[in-house]
Every structure is written in C-alpha cells, then in structure tokens.
Design a protein around this ligand. Sequence first.
Ligand SMILES: [Zn+2]
Length: 145
Amino acid sequence: MDFPITDLMSEKTSEEWIMEYFHPTGVRCPHCDAAWAEAFEFRSTRKSQITVYRCRACRGIYNLYSGTIFEARQLRPSQVVLLVRGVLKGESAATLARELGMSRTTITELRHLIQQNAADLQTQDPLQDNVVEADEMFQNAGEKR
Ligand SMILES: [Zn+2]
C-alpha cells in the first residue's frame, strides 16, 4: 500500500520549510536582487498553489522555487519537501513517483540534480570530514547550478 502522504501535509508548512532551507539568507528578487520585503503577492499558481511575487523595484515576478532546481516544474511545496526527503533516504524512483503523484522521469531527473549538488558540496571543502550536515544538504539540494 502506498501512503497518501502528500494529502496529509500542509502546503503552508512545506512552503515555510522550503523558504528556510533553500533560501537560508532570505529570498531575493532573482532579476535585480531586491529584498523579498520589496515584493508584493501578485497571484497564486494554479497547479503548484504557490505564491508568485512581483518585485516593486524591477516589476519582475518570482516564487520560492526561482533559482532552484525546482524552478518551472509546477510542483506543490509538499511534493518538493517529500521528494528531497525521499532522495536523501534512498527511496526508489518508483515508490516516490507513486507516493508523490509524479512521473518517474521527473523523479529521476530531480534525484540526479540533488545528488549532483550533494557531490559538489562534498568536494567544496576537502578538509572537513565526509559527513555533510543535514541542514547544509537540504539547503544545497535546491540550488541550481
Ligand atoms: Zn526585482
């Protein structure tokens, strides 16, 4: 039996988690680098149900996935959180695809990007031991290279 886990998770809490871990220094406008405080809530996306912000400084729009590997993928915040968790736990693409209601192709692509980011993180600082702090791993997981 597959657990209907995305139905049990709050999109708002998931969104806050993504804000904290993918944007540890705060969300900024990807177009002009203005602070998030200078943007206003512009609309919500229909499929992923996330807020789109419009920057007052440059009029550009962005959301919490801008500048991450999840940009333009139309995933709900709960799907992103559970995908990162599943990849770090070594869940199979087939299991994640069923549980999260996503295609195996998408899971495999994102898994590859997350693992690539993790590998890059480990080689950045060879003096430290190989244990990557979980927080760093999560922060790093969403970065777009
Ligand atoms: Zn801007």
